[in-house]
Ligand binder design. Structure first.
Ligand SMILES: C[S@@+](CC[C@H](N)C(=O)[O-])C[C@H]1O[C@@H](n2cnc3c(N)ncnc32)[C@H](O)[C@@H]1O
Length: 129
């Protein structure tokens, strides 16, 4: 099994081998976001990729939405697609080395994309936010 490292993911975007990319916010996440009332929530989307949920959140008035991905390409794609989204809310970091304070973390096909040996660290990492 490869290590699913930064280079691996960046290449998947460059080669457009992104079969997971649905191109819109998933229906359950959309329904969840639509019942949120506090638009000031600090929201993190780890392993966000092209992040259609961040686009939906941003356009719905959740201005404190952050996307974290260690591959640069999807963040570049996002910048081109969603005008006005602040650069400083595009976090080009490794999830496992990140810190911050968030009220809510939303993720789509991130956990399932990690090497299974990282699953315990994944859970522990949530306590750093
Ligand atoms: C299967 S893709 C899902 C992307 C997006 N959430 C979606 O549903 O379209 C997994 C994403 O996690 C990112 N990723 C994997 N390991 C990561 C890590 N350690 N830190 C940050 N991002 C990571 C990859 O670059 C990739 O964009």
């Amino acid at each position: 099994m490869n290590d699913f490292d930064r280079k691996y993911w960046q290449n998947r975007y460059l080669e457009k081998k992104i079969g997971w990319n649905i191109g819109y916010i998933s229906t359950p996440i959309k329904a969840y976001v639509n019942q949120l009332e506090d638009k000031n929530l600090n929201i993190l989307i780890p392993g966000g990729g092209n992040s259609y949920e961040a686009e939906f959140l941003w356009k719905s008035g959740f201005k404190n939405t952050y996307i974290l991905d260690f591959a640069k390409q999807p963040l570049e794609n996002f910048k081109k697609r969603v005008s006005g989204f602040p650069n400083e809310q595009l976090l080009n970091h490794d999830f496992f080395e990140s810190k911050g304070e968030f009220d809510l973390i939303i993720e789509q096909t991130f956990f399932c994309a990690l090497n299974p040996k990282l699953r315990t660290d994944y859970v522990k990492q949530y306590f750093n936010f």
